[in-house]
Design a protein around this ligand. Structure first.
Ligand code: PLP
Length: 400
C-alpha cells in the first residue's frame, strides 16, 4: 500500500472529501479505487495469523469483518458525516437493524417516531418485541410526547427526518437533548436528507444510518447501508454484532458506492434545486392540493427545516386536489419521463403511490394518522432538465 495520505490534514469541504477521502492505493498507485474481490487474505506466517486474530496485527482477516474496498467506503462516509467511525452493511435495513439490536437488550425500551419507513417500523413494532424489547411510538414533531415516552429502561430514540413519504421534519437538536436527559442514544435515519444537507451528529444525535441504495449510489444499481457513530460504539457493540451476524456489504457494491460518493454533492444539489422548482410549480397548479416540501414557507416545520437542513430535500410529496386512488393512479400512469417505482434518490425521476405500495402494510387508520391519503404521490426528483419534468407533469395533470 502507498503511504501518501489521500488528502491534507486541514479541514476540507464535503465535495472534496467525497472525491478523495479514504483512498487506499496499492503498490501500483491506481487512480480509481481498487476493487478487492476477495473473501480473505493470505498471512505471511502462522504467527501473523495468530496476531491478526488477537488484534495485535492490524491487517485484514476475512471479508465478513473487513475488506479494503469496504474500508475505503467507510472511511470516506465517516469523514463526510463527521463521525469517528462507520461500518457498512448489505442494505439500509441491515444498517437500521444492526444500529438498534447491537446495543438494546431484552427488558429495555425504544421510543420511535410513528412516521417511519415501513420496514423500520416493522423492526421496532414486530421484531424487537419478539426479543423482549419494548417500544413506544410517538408523533415525532411533538417534543412533549418524546419526553413523556422516555422511561428508566429507555436505551434508544429512533427517527427519520424528513420522513417518508410526507416529509415531516423533526427537531434533531431538541430531541437529542430529551434522549440524553433520559440516558438514551438518538439514532437518526438520514436517508431523505443525505449527508450533504443534514448533519445529525453535529446537531446532537449519537448514531446515523443510511440506506446507501438511495442517493449514495444515486443511480439505482446496488443495495447497501452504513451505520456511523463514536468509535466506542462502532468498534464495540456494532462491530461485534455485524461480525457475528454477517450482513456485510459486498466489495463490489462498496466500490459502486465509492464511485457514487464522488458525484454525490453535485447530484443532490441539482436534484434539490429541481425539486424546489417542481414543488412551486405543483403548489400553483389548480389540480394539486397539499404540497409538502421542507423549504417551502407553507411546510408545517419550515423553521426547523431551514435551521437544520442546507437544502429542502430531493423529494416532494403532494395530493391530487379532491383526489383519490383512481386520480392519483391516472396522474402516475400519464407521466412519460418520470418512472413508476419505489426507489428514491436516483438520477431518474421516480413516482410512488405510498398508500398502495411502501405503506400498504399499515392499516387505513395508521395511514390516515400519518397523513398518507389515497391522493398522495411521492416524487423523487432526478437529474433530468427540470423544464422537461414540469412539462411531463403539465401533460399528465391535463389528462385528469
Ligand atoms: C430505503 C430506506 C431504508 C431501507 O434501505 P434498503 O437499502 O432498501 O434496505 C431505510 N430507511 C429509509 C428512510 C429508506 O428510505
Amino acid at each position: 500500500m502507498s503511504q501518501r495520505p489521500p488528502l491534507p490534514a486541514r479541514t476540507l469541504k464535503p465535495a472534496t472529501v467525497a472525491v478523495h477521502e479514504g483512498a487506499l492505493r496499492s503498490q501500483f498507485g491506481e487512480m480509481s479505487e481498487a476493487l478487492y474481490l476477495t473473501q480473505g487474505y493470505a498471512y505471511e506466517s502462522m504467527e501473523q495469523a495468530e496476531a491478526r486474530f488477537n488484534n495485535t496485527d492490524p491487517g485484514f482477516q476475512y471479508t465478513r469483518f473487513s475488506n479494503p474496498t469496504v474500508s475505503m467506503f467507510e472511511t470516506r462516509m465517516a469523514a463526510l458525516e463527521g463521525a469517528e467511525d462507520a461500518r457498512a452493511t448489505a442494505t439500509g435495513m441491515a444498517a437500521v437493524t444492526a444500529s438498534l439490536l447491537s446495543f438494546v437488550n431484552a427488558g429495555e425500551h425504544i421510543v420511535a417516531a410513528k412516521a417511519l419507513f415501513g420496514s423500520c417500523r416493522y423492526i421496532v413494532e414486530n421484531l424487537a418485541p419478539r426479543f423482549g424489547i419494548e417500544f413506544t411510538l410517538v408523533d415525532g414533531s411533538d417534543l412533549d410526547a418524546w419526553q413523556k415516552a422516555a422511561k428508566k429502561n429507555t436505551k434508544a430514540f429512533f427517527l427519520e427526518t424528513p420522513t417518508n413519504p410526507t416529509l415531516d421534519v423533526y427537531d434533531i437538536a431538541a430531541i437529542s437533548e430529551i434522549a440524553h436527559a433520559a440516558g438514551a442514544k438518538l439514532i437518526v435515519d438520514n436517508v431523505f436528507a443525505t449527508p450533504v444537507f443534514q448533519k445529525p451528529l453535529a446537531l446532537g444525535a449519537d448514531i446515523v444510518c443510511y440506506s446507501a441504495t438511495k442517493h449514495i449510489d444515486g443511480q439505482g444499481r446496488v443495495l447497501g447501508g452504513i451505520v456511523l457513530g463514536s468509535s466506542e460504539y462502532v468498534t464495540g457493540p456494532l462491530q461485534m454484532f455485524l461480525r457475528q451476524t454477517g450482513p456485510s456489504l459486498s466489495p463490489f457494491n462498496a466500490w459502486v458506492m465509492l464511485k457514487g460518493l464522488e458525484t454525490l454533492a453535485l447530484r443532490v444539489e441539482r436534484q434539490a434545486e429541481s425539486a424546489a422548482r417542481l414543488a412551486d410549480f405543483l403548489a400553483d397548479h389548480p389540480k394539486i392540493g397539499r404540497v409538502l416540501y421542507p423549504h417551502r414557507k407553507d411546510h408545517p416545520q419550515y423553521e426547523i427545516a431551514k435551521r437544520q437542513m442546507a437544502k429542502g430535500s430531493t423529494l416532494v410529496a403532494f395530493d391530487i386536489r379532491n383526489g383519490d386512488k383512481e386520480k392519483a393512479f391516472k396522474v402516475g400512469n400519464a407521466l412519460e419521463i418520470v418512472k413508476i417505482t419505489n426507489n428514491l434518490g436516483d438520477a431518474k425521476s421516480l413516482i410512488t403511490h405510498p398508500a398502495t405500495t411502501t405503506h400498504q402494510r399499515l392499516s387505513p387508520e395508521a395511514r390516515a394518522e400519518l397523513g398518507i391519503t389515497d391522493a398522495l404521490l411521492r416524487l423523487s426528483v432526478g437529474l433530468e432538465d427540470p423544464d422537461d419534468l414540469i412539462e411531463d407533469f403539465t401533460i399528465a395533470l391535463n389528462a385528469v
